[in-house]
Design a protein around this ligand. Structure first.
Ligand code: IPM
Ligand code: MG
Length: 388
């Protein structure tokens, strides 16, 4: 009897989740095309600092962007807007992943530069609210998480297209504790959600003269959702006859990325949310760690650019925040510039970062007093841009 009641209660929750996902499918079907930034009178760039070292590194990246876009700001084509309130203190006080006024302010922007935010988990001093990242990706429908990793001397040039709104994340904070002994989470794959990420990955490959797209799943075990993801990506791939498609299971891909004989063969990789989360941390380690990697969260109406690492609260509690490395946010700024149509400025910033981080290395950031400060590094990057 008790078993039936627990199962019935769980089924009721499942019913609500399914209904919400079916509504989401209808919203995706009705979605308009991508924003044409060139046609906008003003592109509004929201700057949202986040927690821990977030404000320090985000302000630094914004300072460099403001320097590069000074003429556009003067002419009114670009506007920077500071958005406060995405701090863990405010989110905890309001009991919301993104407080309502912050979400409203974000929705008035076109693109957002966002610092890392602390994600609470059970046992933390904070209420166990949903991740601000995950909520923002969902609320702004940022379905593509594009994460480039490059190590030129190793021949590594990978671009990951991580699906960003579905998979294990879609209803990640709405799993069900059926009884004290049984917990169930859900994985979601939709036709619309898969086709749009696959199309973006293949379009990127075609535009950037890449010859190969690899689809990464665990479709041999997670047959329904990963199976659908693989099949639909392959269908999209058939519309690009000049591009070779192959597919790999996530476990063997993880091994192949550290195989020097094979890893340089990968170019564009498209994969469900959780695998993309895990593998992009591994991939970033090749170019110097997550602190060096930026990411673009792209949707049709909004786009958000961020680091791939967390908020490093320990650096703040140890009084080292001013020594935080802004490179991840500066790499995110490269992606932002490119996304809104300033490719030449994006190339300049990328080139300056390569010079400052890997070639000239006049100043280095070490995260402590042994290196330069975040703002000294920002100055160095701007001086380098001016020399290009
Ligand atoms: C990332 C992060 C986030 C994620 C966390 C902070 C929720 O790890 O952007 O990769 O899991 O997506
Ligand atoms: Mg991650």
């Amino acid at each position: 009897m008790e078993k039936n009641t627990a199962a019935a209660k769980a089924a009721e929750k499942f019913d609500a989740l399914v209904t919400a996902q079916l509504e989401r499918v209808e919203r995706m079907k009705a979605q308009k095309d991508f924003v044409d930034y060139a046609a906008l009178p003003t592109i509004i760039i929201g700057v949202c600092g986040g927690d821990g070292i977030g404000p320090v590194i985000t302000d630094e990246a914004a300072r460099v962007l403001e320097y590069q876009l000074r003429d556009e700001v003067k002419s009114g084509k670009v506007e920077f807007r500071r958005i406060d309130g995405l701090t863990i203190e405010n989110r905890a006080a309001q009991g919301k992943a993104i407080p309502d006024d912050v979400l409203a302010a974000l929705k008035e922007c076109h693109v957002i530069l966002k610092g890392p935010t602390t994600t609470p988990r059970a046992g933390d001093p904070w209420p166990n609210i949903e991740s601000a990242n995950v909520a923002m990706r969902r609320e702004l429908d940022l379905f593509c998480n594009m994460r480039p990793v490059k190590v030129p001397e190793e021949g590594i040039d990978w671009t990951f297209f991580r699906e960003n709104t579905e998979g294990s994340y879609a209803v990640g904070s709405m799993g069900v504790n059926v009884t004290d002994d049984l917990a169930i989470d859900f994985v979601v794959t939709t036709t619309q959600g898969t086709e749009r990420i696959a199309k973006l990955a293949y379009d990127f490959a075609a535009r950037n003269h890449k010859s190969r797209v690899s689809i990464i799943t665990k479709a041999n075990v997670v047959k329904t959702t990963d199976g659908k993801f693989l099949r639909l990506c392959q269908d999209v791939g058939r519309q690009y006859p000049d591009i070779t498609t192959d597919d790999w299971y996530i476990d063997i891909l993880t091994a192949k990325l550290i195989d020097p004989a094979r890893r340089r063969d990968f170019q564009v990789l498209v994969l469900p949310n959780l695998y993309g989360d895990i593998i992009t941390d591994e991939a970033a380690q090749f170019q110097g760690g997550v602190g060096t990697a930026g990411s673009a969260n792209i949707g049709k109406r909004y786009a958000m650019f961020e680091a791939i690492h967390g908020s490093a609260p320990r650096m703040v509690s140890e009084g080292r925040a001013q020594y935080a490395d802004p490179c991840s946010m500066l790499r995110a700024a490269v992606l932002l510039l490119s996304h809104i149509g300033y490719q030449e400025k994006a190339d300049k910033l990328e080139r300056a970062l390569d010079i400052c981080m890997y070639e000239e290395k006049k100043y280095t950031v070490t995260g402590r007093g042994t290196g330069c400060t975040c703002s000294a590094f920002g100055d160095y990057v701007m001086e380098t841009i001016a020399r290009l």
